[in-house]
Design a protein around this ligand. Structure first.
Ligand SMILES: Nc1nc2c(c(=O)[nH]1)N[C@H]1C(S)=C(S)[C@@H](COP(=O)(O)O)O[C@H]1N2
Ligand SMILES: [Mo]
Length: 334
């Protein structure tokens, strides 16, 4: 275990303003802001020590990277369609906290602090708990899952994610009989995320699933893609991948998961309630008010004369998930 205590850090570093700011950002990210500085240093050290990581997180990142490489392909839950190029997957992104252009996340997300990182799982559960990222990485065997991703903006990709079913995490906290929905919240790091200054959405980015959707084996807690840790722009250090729903349901850079009794409001529902519903199941028969959802552009098949692909109900995952919606009017529950 390699821990750098403040006494090991050269005085030049301690007095450097940039290091101090960086440290402050790390502390804020860990939710420890507002304590006396001495207490903060002590707590950060204790947290680092308890999780077997270094204060700068390098050991944690090295172990996490190894976990990504050891993932085994889950062929039963994977598509054999051609994967979208790594470059496209990691440079054509929606992550509004970093700006609304497709290239903003890659340009800006380098400033996101992904260590230390904890995820609070709380609400209607018998065992609420704060999980350290290092513990989450060991909670269940890592699988590679090659999923289609269909954005509500009518483009799609094929992404080889690395992670495990969210159900593994939810079972740890033992949902009560009252839990019916799950909310997911993205981190807020104002220094790193210029988009938070603009009211394009209500922050933090909040999404939700019904509990049975969240427990479905396809619902993936993803830590990596293409056998590597998630690049920040794709939602490091962990995000959802819910392949039968529009991409906006798959919240990035998660810090809070809350089990609740009532159907929650989400950031997108608040911003435009008749454009974005709670379910957001991919459905070629329900048009967005401003465009058709009948077909899509597969990123990387970008020739001017390349035909668009037909969009499939539940993004092609109907066999696995249609039963979740039996008896529901999918036009009304968009
Ligand atoms: N926190 C957060 N999560 C988010 C978004 C966002 O703006 N902020 N965009 C969503 C949308 S619209 C899509 S299509 C996917 C894109 O994921 P990708 O950039 O990894 O392809 O992330 C989703 N998760
Ligand atoms: Mo999206």
């Amino acid at each position: 275990m390699l821990i750098r205590f403040p006494s090991d850090i050269p005085a030049s570093e301690i007095t450097s303003e940039s290091v101090w700011h960086k440290r402050r950002a790390l502390i804020a990210a860990a939710g420890l802001a507002g304590m006396g500085l001495g207490g903060v240093a002590q707590t950060a050290r204790a947290a680092a020590s308890a999780s077997g990581t270094t204060i700068d997180g390098s050991a944690s990142l090295t172990a996490a990277q190894a976990a990504m490489q050891q993932a085994t392909l889950n062929a039963a839950l994977s598509t054999d369609e051609a994967r979208t190029d790594y470059d496209a997957v990691t440079s054509y992104n929606n992550f509004y906290e970093f700006g609304v252009n497709k290239d903003s996340p890659k340009r800006q997300a380098g400033a996101l602090q992904t260590r230390p990182w904890t995820v609070r799982v709380e609400g209607e559960v018998l065992k609420p708990r704060t999980f350290d990222i290092d513990d989450l990485l060991k909670l269940a065997p890592m699988e590679e899952r090659i999923y289609r991703l269909r954005c509500v903006e009518a483009w799609s990709m094929v992404v080889p994610w690395v992670g495990y079913s969210l159900s593994h995490l939810l079972r740890q906290v033992e949902p009560t009989g009252q839990a019916a929905y799950v909310t997911f919240e993205t981190v807020m790091q104002p220094q790193a995320m210029p988009g938070l200054r603009y009211p394009v959405l209500e922050w933090p980015y909040t999404e939700g699933l019904r509990l049975d959707e969240a427990m479905h084996p396809l619902t993936l807690l993803a830590f990596g893609l293409y056998g590597k840790l998630l690049p920040n722009q794709n939602g490091a250090p962990l995000r959802l991948a819910v392949p039968w729903k529009y991409g906006f349901k798959s919240a990035k850079s998660l810090v809070t998961i809350r089990l609740v009794r009532e159907r929650p409001m989400t950031s997108w529902m608040k911003s435009a309630p008749h454009e974005y519903g709670f379910y957001a199941n991919v459905n070629p028969d329900v048009a967005h008010p401003r465009w058709s959802q009948a077909n899509e552009r597969r990123i990387g098949e970008g020739g001017l004369f390349t035909p668009r692909r037909n969009t499939l109900p539940f993004n092609g995952y109907g066999e696995q998930v249609a039963s979740l919606y039996q008896g529901m009017d999918l036009q009304a529950n968009y």
